[in-house]
Design a binder for this molecule. Structure first.
Ligand SMILES: NC(=O)c1ccc[n+]([C@@H]2O[C@H](COP(=O)([O-])OP(=O)(O)OC[C@H]3O[C@@H](n4cnc5c(N)ncnc54)[C@H](OP(=O)(O)O)[C@@H]3O)[C@@H](O)[C@H]2O)c1
Length: 123
């Protein structure tokens, strides 16, 4: 909340709509693409320039995580406990030079599976 979010066009389109209280900087290679609530950027540098000196949260998806990971200083990871289906994957940062400094566990409740919030920094 309050930060400039950077995301891929597919992630933006997966949202139910723009989220309140946050900027939505959306990366696409499509020069014609636009959407209500989206600030459009066509490359990494342009996305960061739009954010200016506001703090940035890169919220995915997998292509955009890969693009911005080299410049990241913290990862806020939500980890589902147990097997869940999905159609998009990213490498586990803990196998790529990141380690955990914070953990918040949430029990399964009301049909929702258990999950944890992890904070990771570089080794
Ligand atoms: N679990 C989570 O935390 C989480 C978070 C985010 C997303 N997701 C899910 O992940 C899926 C989307 O992830 P994804 O990896 O398929 O797509 P994505 O990273 O959200 O978006 C990919 C799109 O970003 C644009 N793009 C990528 N690299 C670019 C570059 N260098 N310059 C300019 N534009 C660039 C392209 O848009 P164009 O095709 O328009 O050119 C590309 O098709 C969705 O199912 C979403 O729900 C999950």
């Amino acid at each position: 909340m309050g930060s400039a979010m950077i995301m891929g066009r597919r992630t933006f389109e997966s949202l139910p709509g723009p989220l309140p209280g946050r900027r939505h900087i959306v990366l696409t290679r499509d020069a014609q693409w636009q959407a209500k609530g989206a600030e459009v950027a066509h490359d990494r540098a342009a996305a960061l320039a739009l954010a200016d000196d506001q703090s940035v949260s890169v919220i995915g998806g997998a292509e955009i995580f890969a693009l911005f990971l080299p410049g990241a200083d913290r990862i806020e990871l939500t980890e589902m406990v147990g097997a869940v289906d999905g159609d998009t994957a990213m490498p586990d940062p803990r196998a790529q030079g990141w380690h955990e400094i914070g953990r918040e566990e949430h029990r399964a409740e009301d049909g929702r599976p258990a999950y944890r919030f992890l904070t990771l920094i570089r080794d």
